[in-house]
Design a protein around this ligand. Structure first.
Ligand SMILES: CC(C)(COP(=O)(O)OP(=O)(O)OC[C@H]1O[C@@H](n2cnc3c(N)ncnc32)[C@H](O)[C@@H]1OP(=O)(O)O)[C@@H](O)C(=O)NCCC(=O)NCCS
Length: 300
């Protein structure tokens, strides 16, 4: 008999029949505080331990870079959870205009299922409320989904990350400009597609890569990934992806609510690596007929 995950941790046997009960662990004394750039190293260790179980001393530079970017984009809205002054958990709120995103939620393995993630979420939502933001999105792992549902987040669609096989890319000829800044028409288009204004994030992303612009859309290329990618046709999307791959990109996260995105997965025979579920609290009117790829799970 399958043990229902929500209920079971221990199996008791009474007169031959198994009874499943939930183990309630004692709640630890947890302090929450805002993270500062000095916390990046410890946050990296917590993050790697939460996701992979790694006990690392030296956090890889890429993880440190990502967390520093989280701190900048969050404008002081990343939180760390401490027990006896030791960091054991983290989470960030990215306040955009008209909505916010939550990312970087992580609790060290040995402290999971003790209510720390719940405390961090409650704090991030309180900060959003204080900023007057009621529409919030996030991309949930399987481990996080139940927690977010408890806070009223509702599933929108699956968002798998794919590795691009460059040999499967068909040739599409389209003029593409490569920019190192975000022109106002791209910022406006992004606002129209996403349903909120995240130009601060786009300006940050372009500092780490480039923006590709064609007649029918645009794509950001940064840290080996493509996104956000907005296109009005399959050919435009493929042309942007081909150029991004020439510039070194290999990964793309496609919301399956996007009809163009689904076509791309088939046409390019994309290989799935990992997936999250996009969830929203309140209302975010994203136009998935044009959004082909997201920026990242952390930033939306
Ligand atoms: C997702 C994550 C952040 C949640 O953190 P957490 O501290 O374990 O979360 P909580 O303890 O508040 O809640 C998780 C579960 O523990 C349960 N729980 C909370 N306090 C408890 C207690 N005292 N005793 C027993 N169970 C408890 C909650 O009810 C919840 O149960 P459910 O999932 O069956 O509904 C953590 O699991 C993690 O870091 N995972 C790996 C990284 C990851 O996937 N991050 C999410 C990215 S979106």
């Amino acid at each position: 008999m399958a043990i229902p995950r929500a209920v079971s941790r221990y199996r008791l046997i009474f007169s031959g029949a198994p009874v499943y009960v939930r183990a309630v662990r004692p709640k630890p004394g947890v302090e929450l505080r805002r993270a500062s750039p000095l916390d990046v190293g410890t946050m990296g260790r917590v993050y790697l331990n939460a996701y992979r179980g790694d006990e690392v001393r030296d956090v890889p530079p890429m993880v440190l870079k990502s967390l520093s970017m989280c701190l900048r984009v969050s404008c002081g809205h990343c939180v760390v959870a401490e027990i006896d002054s030791e960091t054991v958990g983290m989470g960030c709120l990215f306040p955009y205009r008209g909505a916010a995103w939550i990312g970087g939620m992580a609790v060290e393995r040995r402290w999971q299922r003790r209510g720390i993630g719940t405390r961090i979420m409650a704090k991030l939502l309180e900060m959003a409320e204080n900023l007057g933001i009621s529409n919030i999105g996030l991309d949930a792992t399987e481990a996080g989904k139940r927690l977010y549902r408890k806070f009223g987040f509702v599933e929108v669609c699956e968002v798998p990350t794919y590795v691009i096989n460059r040999d499967a890319l068909p040739r599409v000829r389209t003029a593409i400009e490569v920019l190192d800044y975000v022109p106002s028409n791209v910022a406006a288009m992004d606002r129209g597609v996403m349903g909120f204004d995240r130009s601060q994030l786009l300006n940050e992303i372009v500092r780490h890569g480039a923006l590709l612009v064609s007649d029918g859309g645009y794509a950001f290329v940064w840290w080996g990934r493509i996104g956000p990618l907005v296109a009005n046709s399959l050919d435009t999307a493929i042309a942007l992806i081909s150029r991004a791959v020439e510039l070194g990109a290999r990964r793309i996260s496609i919301p399956l609510a996007s009809p163009l995105g689904r076509e791309l997965v088939k046409k390019l025979n994309l290989c799935e690596e990992f997936r999250c579920t996009r969830m929203v609290q309140g209302s975010i009117e994203t136009d998935y007929s044009r959004l082909v790829a997201i920026a990242s799970y952390a930033f939306g």
